[in-house]
Design a protein around this ligand. Structure first.
Ligand SMILES: *[C@@H]1O[C@H](CO)[C@@H](O)[C@H](O)[C@H]1NC(C)=O
Length: 667
């Protein structure tokens, strides 16, 4: 009884008097009057490089203790931000987050971080989050948790700014400067870094650049194209369109990097007033797909990493084995064998009188085989834009290969297998090889092409025959002339060699695009002056017609000399012109045609062939086999699941905890 009283008494005493600790009565140590929060040391290990040492709990997000803050998804995100974002925006994102989770404390008062600092980081870094399809984290909301100068804010990046000034140029990859090339960095880009670099370039050059997606890889990665034009997003009458495609084989990576640099180079040179680049972009629509096989690239990167331990015999052998790791897509399909084999169709037609080698429809049977999503996306893309010229960048040799890739001899036999446009292809291949630093030099050759190559160019079939290549498909199915550029013997060279590759190729990359302006171009119109879509431009002696685009405009690459050119369209009379192209002409000759209406004669054999073939030409996956296949394919089910939630999602879901849906973009 007396003990009870004593305790009660003490309790009363404690609640009135200032708290005093009594080792004998631990329960009495706690003050009943709420203590004013005090500054305490920043003990969060991911925040130990902040420019201050004291913080206070509860923090700005309401975490009452350090343990609370550490257990939250916010802190987890900060701890992995660097690797999630592929190194982008590090350490800015982490430090910005720390300024909210463990804000500065001075004289027992919490200071909030400055809004201006937050806004600058958000502007610079939102692309990095977009690239991994993550929403901008709610706790980095500049309006909610950050304040203006007048409220006495602190700059969370204070310690960084000095260091940053030094490398501001190298981190702003495409920032114009005296020598823009020196400001472009040449490291390998992860898929996320590639996407964010392309988007940054688009932002920096928003009046001449635009990014767009042509679809997704098997594992759901975006196939992102960057386009350059003085009018991005639109086809302009008479303006030729060119494209560059890289990394079709995931382990052939130099082209991918060169195309990322090329995009930055085009942007910064245009802004600096480089007249040649301005003229090119003002007169040409350029599309660049740096990676057609981002899934394979990831596999190749891990293969190279596995490989980089020691140089003994064993690892040499290992290296040899991994020569092709990452080449194929996630379904193990070689994309450069996966296009419809129209070359065989043409070889089968050879004995027919007046057979043609253009606009060959895709055989229905093709759709019953395995069609990779990457192939499908590229086919749709190249059918939707009137491309004139294209190059596809590979590695493993140093040569430009031109069509056909499939030998006319069924057993291969290194047989020269030429297209009707051999003169043009030879010219195009030479254009690249001759302007490349070393390619046309016999001493520089490497790889297996050398027995048949000629000054850095080779006929694909004569080198090594195979069916289903992209360049054969482009030539036989569309108006586009495409070559395959092999950029060097090493498919995945050390990073230090990339700068040199850029120097070796950058002149060739520009000169080749300019070649889209060779030959003739013009408009085919009816008598009322309306452009005729789908009219045929035929050149005497070349069994390969070009067709006109939406508004009747066409481009016909030709070598210098005299050409007899015919324009024809169903329901019109044909028109013929004789054209002379002088040897040193570097712009397309303008040749327009006006066609008169005519009754369709039943015996116009050629035209009705044309209708027939054009009829089925419009068929693209007519039975929706691809759609069916992709839904039933095992891998794609993974993809579907993953498409619902991004790949990083499971990392943040803690058992029993609330799902951090604020990380999701479309929540
Ligand atoms: C390209 O077009 C832009 C915008 O119309 C113009 O300012 C620039 O002078 C042009 N450059 C060249 C070299 O034609």
């Amino acid at each position: 009884m007396s003990i009870m009283l004593l305790i009660l008494l003490q309790l009363v005493l404690v609640s009135c008097a200032p708290p005093r600790c009594h080792p004998g009565f631990p329960g009495l140590c706690k003050p009943t009057v709420e203590e004013k929060p005090k500054c305490t040391d920043v003990l969060l290990s991911y925040c130990d490089d902040m420019p201050y040492t004291q913080t206070m709990f509860p923090n700005i997000l309401g975490h009452k203790t350090r343990e609370d803050a550490e257990a939250g998804t916010e802190y987890l995100l900060l701890s992995v931000a660097e690797s999630l974002l592929g190194g982008a925006c590090s350490p800015e994102i982490r430090m910005l987050g720390c300024s909210v989770l463990a804000p500065r404390c001075e004289k027992e008062k919490v200071l909030k971080p400055c809004r201006t600092a937050c806004e600058a980081v958000q502007k610079k870094c939102s692309h990095a989050f977009e690239a991994i399809e993550m929403a901008w984290p709610y706790f980095l909301d500049c309006d909610r948790f950050f304040v203006g100068e007048q409220e006495g804010c602190f700059d969370p990046l204070e310690g960084l700014s000095a260091a940053q000034d030094v490398d501001a140029f190298s981190s702003m990859e495409a920032l114009p400067a005296e020598d823009p090339v020196s400001t472009i960095q040449f490291p390998y880009h992860s898929n996320a870094q590639m996407i964010s670099t392309l988007k940054k370039t688009e932002e920096q050059c928003s009046d001449i650049a635009r990014t767009y997606s042509i679809g997704r890889s098997m594992e759901g990665k975006e196939l992102l194209v960057i386009e350059f034009s003085n009018n991005p997003g639109q086809h302009e009458l008479l303006e030729p369109e060119v494209k560059y495609v890289g990394n079709m084989h995931g382990n052939e990576v130099v082209g991918r990097q060169l195309l990322i640099y090329l995009a930055q180079y085009l942007c910064s040179e245009y802004q600096l007033g480089n007249e040649r680049i301005q003229t090119l972009i003002n007169t040409t629509r350029i599309h660049i797909l740096p990676s057609m096989n981002p899934d394979g690239y990831e596999v190749a990167v891990s293969g190279v990493q596995d490989n980089s331990y020691g140089d003994d015999e064993e690892s040499q052998g290992h290296r040899y084995d991994t020569w092709n790791v990452g080449r194929n897509n996630a379904q193990n399909i070689d994309l450069n064998r996966n296009f419809p084999d129209l070359t065989s169709v043409v070889y089968n037609r050879r004995r027919q009188k007046g057979y043609r080698t253009d606009h060959i429809p895709i055989p229905d049977s093709y759709w019953f085989g395995k069609v990779a999503p990457e192939t499908y996306a590229v086919m749709k893309w190249i059918r939707s834009i009137p491309f004139v010229l294209s190059a596809n960048f590979h590695g493993g040799d140093l040569v430009v290969a031109y069509p056909y890739d499939l030998s006319k001899h069924p057993l291969g036999h290194n047989m020269l297998s030429l297209t009707p446009d051999h003169q043009v292809f030879k010219f195009l291949a030479r254009t690249y090889a001759d302007t490349h630093e070393t390619m046309s030099n016999e001493n520089a050759r490497c790889g297996s092409s050398h027995t048949h190559s000629e000054k850095g160019t080779i006929n694909g079939a004569q080198w090594s025959s195979f069916a289903g290549s992209m360049q054969d498909f482009s030539y036989l199915h569309t108006n586009c002339f495409e070559v395959t550029v092999e950029l060097g013997c090493e498919k995945f060279p050390p990073q230090e060699e990339l700068l040199n590759s850029w120097y070796e190729n950058h002149e060739a990359l520009i000169t080749f695009m300019e070649a889209a302006h060779r030959g003739i171009k013009g408009i085919v119109k009816d008598e009322e002056g309306n452009g005729i879509k789908g009219a045929r431009i035929s050149v005497r002696g070349i069994r390969h017609d070009i067709t006109t685009a939406e508004n009747g405009d066409y481009w016909r690459l030709l070598t210098p000399g005299t050409h007899i050119v015919t324009a024809s369209a169903l329901g019109y009379t044909r028109a013929v012109k004789k054209v002379f192209l002088p040897p040193r002409m570097h712009t397309a000759g303008r040749v327009d045609f006006v066609l008169q209406k005519a009754a369709v004669e039943p015996d116009m054999q050629e035209e009705s062939d044309a209708i027939l073939s054009l009829g089925s030409y419009d068929h693209f996956d007519p039975y929706n086999q691809y759609g069916h296949y992709i839904l039933t394919a095992d891998v794609s089910q993974n993809r579907e699941e993953r498409a619902e939630k991004p790949w990083w999602w499971s990392y943040f879901v803690q058992p029993g905890g609330p799902a951090p849906t604020w990380l999701l973009k479309h929540h």
